[in-house]
Design a protein around this ligand. Structure first.
Ligand code: FCB
Length: 446
């Protein structure tokens, strides 16, 4: 075994996507609408009024997509299951939808790629929204546990891991507080209730899956970023502490410690539903791994608006086209912090990547994306340094395999290491695809 292969042991290179962002086939084979179908079809909610009706058409092109992934040589693929494709209306087994995920999982295994499944990447079945507002409805966590059990029964014999939720903070914050994501509510009081129900869904989902498939590694995917106070004034320091508790700890603390973080703002302390003794046990069941999604540094300054009484000033460091500050060092310190604070058994970077505009000339075999290559190289390096410092980091999934429907930004933002020519659905690998291929094969060392 070469030294490169040795250092790659217990470490897996992967790529990541999510159902609504790539699948399309929104009304085919028994799939029923999710809150993202409703939201994206509401004029003015998504840039250019784009929607995920067709997206990358991965539902039809999955086989050639898996071939392209096999060509990349990655050992893992992180994807999400569309709840309302698997269970029509969120509750009824949908044989054709289930069959799609069976074929996908088998297709991955056939190509020696481990399936990393996420149950919920924001596409809540519409019926649950119509009935008492989705995550505001205390029954939704129970429906989620039923769904988790169905998926575990069906696919748990073949997947490498199952994560309950992707970035629950984004669901509660953007979906219910800021209103920039589905279902588009603008009430932080509601965001608090939604957050509590998301924690319940995680806990009930873990419990349901463990009883059915005790051997499947289970976890959750949390978004965390590097946060820094804009000055050393006591106001900005205090603001930073509040924001840190909200952004990096609101879910992690209940999940690892069974309680909310100490430094939440007074507003959040008043509005977050209390964690009972029962909840505390439910939320903090042992997990086999945690997935971390890391993208940027965010600066924090004291402000006057709830929930955090903070502002996030304009970027000073170079940014991606999302306006997100590029700060690879933050990934290293964040991983060390997660390791030292929560001691998870295993950590994966489940997302990291750059939203940058790249163009295809209509002829070339490769799309040039030097800025993404640079972004990824620097983040891989930082992650590797964390690993060498003792963080139990077991894999790095780049976001994203394909350019795709980037939520409120529609198709205007591209994160893929494979370019999609949307009119023809042609896939063209970018330079970053070859970078990733070299990491995956061990040819290139982090
Ligand atoms: C994350 C999401 C993912 C994608 C990236 C850019 O917050 O989980 O779906 O939108 O950001």
């Amino acid at each position: 075994m070469s030294p490169a292969e040795m250092s790659n042991q217990n470490f897996l290179w992967g790529v990541s996507t999510s159902a609504y962002q790539i699948e399309g086939a929104h009304d085919e084979d028994g799939r029923t609408p999710s809150i993202w179908d409703t939201f994206s079809h509401t004029p003015g909610k998504v840039a250019n009024n784009d929607n995920g009706d067709v997206a990358c058409d991965h539902y039809h092109l999955w086989e050639s997509d898996l071939d392209l992934m096999a060509g990349l040589g990655v050992q893992g693929y992180r994807f999400s299951v569309s709840w309302s494709r698997f269970l029509s209306n969120g509750v009824t087994r949908n044989p054709k939808g289930i069959d799609f995920y069976n074929r996908l999982v088998d297709g991955l295994l056939k190509r020696n790629i481990k399936p990393f499944l996420t149950l919920y990447h924001w596409d809540l079945p519409k019926e649950f929204y119509d009935d008492r507002g989705g995550w505001l409805n205390p029954d939704v966590p129970k429906y989620f546990a039923d769904y988790a059990a169905e998926v575990a029964k069906e696919l748990g014999d073949r997947v490498a891991t199952i994560a309950t939720l992707n970035e629950p903070l984004v669901c509660s914050d953007e979906g219910y507080g800021r209103g920039t994501h589905a279902p588009g509510h603008k009430s932080y009081k509601e965001a608090c209730v939604a957050a509590y129900h998301l924690l319940k869904a995680h806990g009930l989902g873990i419990r349901a899956m463990r009883s059915i498939r005790p051997q499947v590694p289970l976890g959750i995917v949390l978004n965390m970023n590097e946060l820094t106070p804009v000055s050393s004034s006591s106001e900005d320091e205090a603001a930073w502490k509040r924001f840190y508790a909200y952004h990096n700890e609101l879910y992690a603390h209940p999940i690892f410690f069974g309680r909310y973080p100490e430094n939440l703002s007074s507003y959040l302390r008043e509005n977050m539903p209390p964690i009972t003794v029962e909840d505390s046990k439910l939320f903090s069941q042992p997990l086999d791994f945690v997935g971390i999604n890391y993208y940027m540094r965010i600066q924090i300054k004291a402000g006057s608006n709830p929930p955090n009484f903070c502002e996030t000033p304009k970027a000073v460091l170079p940014t991606t086209d999302m306006g997100w500050e590029i700060y690879p060092e933050g990934l290293k310190s964040l991983l060390l912090w997660v390791h030292n604070t929560y001691h998870p058994k295993s950590i994966y970077i489940t997302e990291n990547g750059a939203g940058l505009h790249d163009t295809w000339d209509g002829k070339s075999q490769i799309v040039a994306d030097p800025r993404r290559v640079d972004y990824l190289k620097r983040h891989v390096r930082a992650a590797w340094e964390a690993k060498e410092s003792g963080v139990p980091l077991n894999g790095f999934f780049c976001w994203s395999f394909l350019d795709n429907f980037e939520w409120g930004y529609g198709y205007a933002k591209r994160f893929g290491i494979v370019h999609i020519d949307y009119p023809t659905k042609k896939r063209i690998p970018k330079e970053s695809y070859f970078l990733w291929k070299n990491y995956a094969s061990g040819k290139l060392k982090p």
